[in-house]
Each structure stands twice: as C-alpha cells, then as structure tokens.
Design a protein around this ligand. Structure first.
Ligand code: PLP
Length: 376
C-alpha cells in the first residue's frame, strides 16, 4: 500500500460475481447454476450476432479499424445524429471513464444518487474528483435534491434512467425540468443502458420514455449512454457507446484507448441491431418474467419495486449478503446490494428464463427468513 496516487489508493474496486463454474466447484453443486446477478440477457446473444462474430474471428490477425466506422454510421442513422456525435467504446463503462477524466479536475465535484450504478463512484475517484451523492427519494432519483447539490465546481451529473439497482424511471417532463435548472457547464450523463426494456414498458403504459436524443440534437451539454450488453445479449463482447454533441465526443476521442473495440464486437453489434426477432423475444420474456417474479415475491410477503428494466429490487428485511450466500447454496446467484450499492438489506434479481425464474422463487421461499406463512 502507499505506492499509488491518493485517489487510486481510495478506490473501492468493482467486485464482479465469481465465474459460475467456480461457484459450482466451491459448493460441490451439481446441476444448473442460475446466474441472475448481473442484468444479463438470459436468452443468450442474438443468433445473427453469433454468426457475424464467427465470421469476424477469421480476421483476428488484424487490428480493428479503430473508429468502428460502419457501426458508427449505422448508429448515427438510427438515432438521427451526426457520426461525429457518437463514440463507440469497450462497453458504455469505458465512456464513463472518459467523461469524468475529461471534465472534472482533481477535487472538483461529480453528482450522482447514493444508490446508483456503482461505476459512477469509481470513475469519479479515477479522476480524483469529489463525489456528492444525495439519497434517492421513493427509490428514485431526487432530481430536486440533485439540482441543489450542484456546486460551482460541479462538472458532471450521472443519472441512470431506469436506475440500477431500483429499476425506477423518470418521466420526460421531470427530466426536462431538471435540464432547465442545471447550469450549462455541467455535463449531464443520461445512462440509458436499459432503454429497450424501458421503452417496452413505457409503451405498455401509454407513456413516453425519454427526451434524451433531442437534448443532444439541441446541443445541450449531455452524454447519452447506450449499450449492447443488455437487450442485445452481448455483455461479454464489451461494446457500448455515448451519444453527445460533437464537442464532447471530440474530448473523449482524445482520451480513448486505441483499438478498445474489437472487430468481433463491432460485427456482433451490427448484426444484433438488426435482429428484431431476438430483441422482441427478449423484451417479451422480460415482461412476462417481471410479472411472474413480482407476483410470487408479493405472495411471499415482500415487495418487488415496479421495474422498467430487466431486474427487480427487493427489500428482504435482513442481511442481504447473507441472503446472497444462502441463495447461492441453492444454486441461484443474485446480487446483494450491500457495500457501495448502499442497500444492505436489499437484493437485485435479474429476470431469467421462465425455468430460472421458477428456481429463483423456490430458492427465495426456502432461504428468506421472513417469508409470509401460507405462501408455500
Ligand atoms: C446503469 C448501467 N450502465 C451501464 C452498464 C454497463 O454497461 P456496459 O456493459 O455497456 O459497460 C450497466 C451494467 O450493468 C448499468 O447497469
């Protein structure tokens, strides 16, 4: 200890889940392990993406063409923005690193909710910036408190919409009001990793999802983050992107690790974008899974927060880390929201296949201390 810069010493590293095979070996479990911990797509990658990636493998002796030229073009067309308004990266988290390092000087502040995607805190430390994290209100971003938290030296505000880990959604008018109050020198990051799920649920409810792209087109100081890790099922390929005015994108491009996006990931993303059938199946499976899990969790005497994403936030009324261990013994891996997630008595359950969801419910019934009498 003590060798690194102070901010590096202070980083609480992201703790990824253990590989499924390792869990199986440690616990001596046979049979399937159901990993419902990391908001991944339970239906697998798009089959069209798999085919495209197989083809791309043959050219792995070459460096990728760095700007992900064809994907940038396709995304610019899809979103109605210029090619200079898109930066494709090794997952959307890579863009998060560029945002804080581009805008926040050491000691300047970055605003996020206290229960937010854990990487926001890490990338703030990486830039040696100062975190201001007002609490959620009713499990959702307290935009009024976030505006009040903005200080003269604040450079970035992170907002995940829907929020991870609570799955809650902000409405376009709420965000419009927020945007009208935030000073123009503050970069507002609208992280829309779960946009496909949110759009589906918003349509079901007859409401609008987001105005994020119009903000970019108006030249507001925003970065919209999107990813191929969720609905497209390419979390392992590592590919995501930022959409922002050209000025902001040009700063990120200066910082970008060369060749961080593989040609295989680009080929997979191009194909996955066009695989409407896979996306539709994913969204339908998710909506049915949300309904089933919410109902069963309710019958056990707990409440899953209404979600607009592919996971459920459940307060279990006891130590979540311990619940996580007991669930794991039953062959189901969920995410306890202890530590940096800020909710030591809550768990996040990713929606799985119907079979995985059934196993998850059975395990919860067995391991949760406060399951309502008569729910078995
Ligand atoms: C809110 C949010 N943003 C971004 C990501 C990560 O996306 P990527 O895989 O593109 O880095 C996640 C992943 O869980 C997330 O929950």
């Amino acid at each position: 200890m003590g060798l690194a810069r102070r901010n590096v010493e202070e980083i609480r590293p992201y703790v990824p889940g253990k590989p499924v095979e390792e869990v199986r070996r440690e616990l001596g479990l046979s049979g399937t392990i159901n990993k419902l911990a990391s908001t991944e797509n339970p239906l697998g990658p798009s089959p069209l993406a798999v085919k495209a990636m197989r083809k791309a493998v043959k050219n792995m002796n070459f460096y990728p063409e760095d700007g992900a030229y064809y994907l940038t073009q396709a995304l610019a067309r899809k979103h109605g923005v210029g090619e200079d308004q898109i930066l494709i990266a090794n997952g959307s988290v890579e863009v998060m690193y560029y945002i804080t390092t581009a805008f926040a000087n050491p000691g300047e502040s970055v605003v996020m909710s206290d229960q937010a995607f854990i990487l926001y805190k890490i990338v703030t430390k990486v830039a040696d910036a100062r975190q201001i994290a007002p609490p959620l209100r009713n499990h959702t971003h307290d935009l009024a408190a976030m505006v009040l938290s903005v200080e003269p030296d604040t450079k970035v505000v992170f907002i995940a919409n829907p929020n991870n880990p609570t799955g809650t959604l902000l409405s376009p008018p709420e965000l419009d009001r927020f945007m009208s109050k935030v000073p123009e020198h503050v970069c507002v990051v609208l992280d829309e990793a779960y946009c496909d799920f949110a759009e589906y649920f918003a349509r079901q409810r007859g409401v609008e999802y987001t105005h994020s792209l119009p903000y970019v087109r108006e030249g507001r100081n925003v970065v919209v983050l999107r990813t191929f890790s969720k609905a497209h099922g390419l979390a392992g390929a590592r590919i995501g992107y930022g959409i922002a005015p050209a000025e902001q994108i040009a700063y990120f491009a200066r910082l970008k690790t060369v060749f961080s996006v593989t040609a295989m990931a680009e080929a997979g993303a191009m194909a996955a974008m066009q695989d409407e059938q896979h996306i539709r199946r994913t969204l339908e499976n998710n909506a049915a899974g949300v309904e089933y899990l919410s109902k069963k969790i309710g019958e056990m005497g707990f409440r899953a927060l209404p979600t607009c994403a592919n996971f459920l936030y459940v307060e279990v009324g006891e130590d979540a880390a311990e619940v996580g261990r007991r669930m794991q013994d039953e062959g189901v891996i969920i995410r306890p929201l202890a530590g940096g997630w800020g909710a030591p008595q809550a768990i996040r359950v990713t929606v799985g296949t119907p079979e995985q969801n059934r196993r998850c419910v059975a395990a919860m019934r067995k391991v949760l201390e406060k399951v309502a009498v008569g729910s078995h």
